[in-house]
Design a binder for this molecule. Structure first.
Ligand SMILES: *[C@@H]1O[C@H](CO)[C@@H](O)[C@H](O)[C@H]1NC(C)=O
Length: 450
């Protein structure tokens, strides 16, 4: 067979896989072109700098991919591979607060043993509220480790937002909108103990995030009522719903989009209550965790993207048929190993199914730039802190240590927790809440401000 005819046959097979109806997967929303606002140029406030270079590596080799971070007093809480929530003391101690799920055979068994992501302090009791993409959303007591499953993945009570349910629509449409959660990811606890949370995507599990991002957006922002034990959908079709943060007056809640490189706002109070809009878009990377304070919030950009490093999601977004083809190829490649694992429980088959479609496999292709943003509550980018030395890139979250000049950097790929010292200029900007580049900082920043 000549090369031409081989190529022709391969082309025909690929075309059939791409367009034949009825082949898996069956997705929640059909494949359609997606438009993504291109990343803003790395200029002005986004201009490259090296403010995150030379990150210290805390607990190097001893922390498995600390993705979520929450700091209170001298204790830092992180979520790591293997289903654990750890407490790190300022003197170097490490204590397991709780372990979700059964023991792990390896990092490749996260689907079974858990992999908590977002966390926030509870306002009702000494708990952390922790989102695990495989095991649901948990309330975990910080001292005793007692844990309670608040949002199970298969038996969650999901209701529609008032707006949606009042509009006349079919039972099938209602069922679709109140579908079970699939990838609980971010949480933000309100003062009354309710919390807002994100469900990243509905079509594939977290281990298959590549496939999930190739499908049309099916992520959601939800509100969990502590009194009712149920969640209502606030925004649907969020493209890789990720970090969640509440404004200080709780008048709106924000959700970051991994795929869309933007942040959406849902209004909780005021004339626009019940509606949502785009808070900021064109960000130079995939939005991960968000955490805020009185003057603004931090944004972890886990995968850098810019003019010279376009995101794979953005490049493929306009081509639904190509995305469908790629998803089908992933599904076909993984299917025999899934069957094998289901039939025998083979460790090797589990390992293969874990790695096919896992975002971690793409890390070597990610740009070296690590970036976190500081934004104010009006939607202005106040600061962009970058590094180019890979001392801590693929940053999922940035959290300042109160009373110090330090910023902690979480990451879903590193075996340590990053820590950088913020410069006096940076601290001055944070203190002022606004950038004023013409006025260099004259007085030393107050340490209480962070
Ligand atoms: C925080 O400080 C208190 C008082 O010194 C100490 O008892 C506690 O163990 C510390 N916590 C951690 C996590 O280091």
């Amino acid at each position: 067979m000549g090369l031409k005819s081989k190529l022709f046959k391969t082309g025909v097979v690929l075309l059939l896989i791409a367009v034949l109806p009825g082949l898996p997967p069956k997705t929640v929303f059909p494949f359609r072109p997606i438009s993504i606002v291109p990343a803003r140029p790395l200029a002005g406030v986004l201009a490259p700098n090296q403010l995150l270079n030379g990150a210290e590596r805390l607990h190097e080799g001893g922390l498995q991919q600390p993705e979520g971070i929450a700091v209170r007093g001298n204790a830092t809480y992180v979520t790591v591979y293997g289903g654990k929530i750890l407490e790190l003391g300022d003197q170097g101690s490490v204590r397991t607060v709780a372990k979700l799920g059964p023991d792990c055979v390896g990092t490749y068994s996260e689907r079974i043993c858990g992999r908590p992501l977002g966390l926030d302090f509870d306002t009702k009791g000494n708990n952390l509220i922790v989102a695990d993409p495989y095991l649901g959303i948990w309330q975990v007591h910080i001292k005793t480790g007692d844990k309670k499953l608040l949002v199970p993945k298969d038996k969650a009570i999901i209701v529609e937002d008032r707006e949606q349910s009042s509009s006349s629509s079919s039972e099938a449409a209602r069922k679709l909108r109140t579908r079970q959660p699939n990838i609980p990811n971010g949480v933000a606890v309100a003062r009354n103990g309710d919390f807002y949370w994100s469900d990243t995507a509905s079509d594939f599990i977290f281990e298959d995030a590549i496939q999930a991002l190739l499908c049309n957006p099916s992520g959601r922002l939800l509100h969990y009522s502590r009194a009712e034990g149920r969640s209502r959908v606030l925004i649907d079709e969020v493209y890789g719903a990720n970090g969640v943060v509440l404004s200080p007056d709780e008048s709106f809640v924000l959700v970051g989009e991994l795929g869309g490189q933007l942040i959406r706002r849902y209004y909780l109070k005021g004339p626009k209550a019940g509606t949502h809009d785009v808070f900021v878009d064109g960000l130079p990377g995939a939005v991960d965790n968000l955490n805020g304070d009185a003057t603004g919030f931090w944004v972890g950009l886990v995968i850098a993207a810019d003019e010279s490093n376009p995101s794979f999601v953005g490049m493929l977004a306009p081509f639904p048929n190509l995305r469908r083809l790629l998803v089908r190829l992933f599904v076909l490649a993984e299917a025999p190993f899934r069957l094998w694992y289901d039939a025998t429980g083979s460790d090797f088959a589990l390992w293969v199914t874990h790695h096919i479609g896992h975002l971690g496999g793409l890390v070597p292709l990610f740009p070296d730039r690590g970036t976190v943003l500081r934004m104010d509550w009006e939607g202005n980018i106040v600061l962009a802190l970058h590094n180019d030395d890979t001392s801590s890139h693929v940053i999922s979250q940035a959290v300042p240590v109160p009373g110090t000049d330090q910023l902690l950097l979480g990451s879903p790929v590193n075996q340590w927790l990053g820590r950088v010292k913020l410069t006096p200029d940076t601290l001055a900007v944070l203190k002022g809440g606004k950038v004023d580049r013409k006025q260099p900082a004259t007085e030393a920043p107050s340490r209480e401000e962070l």
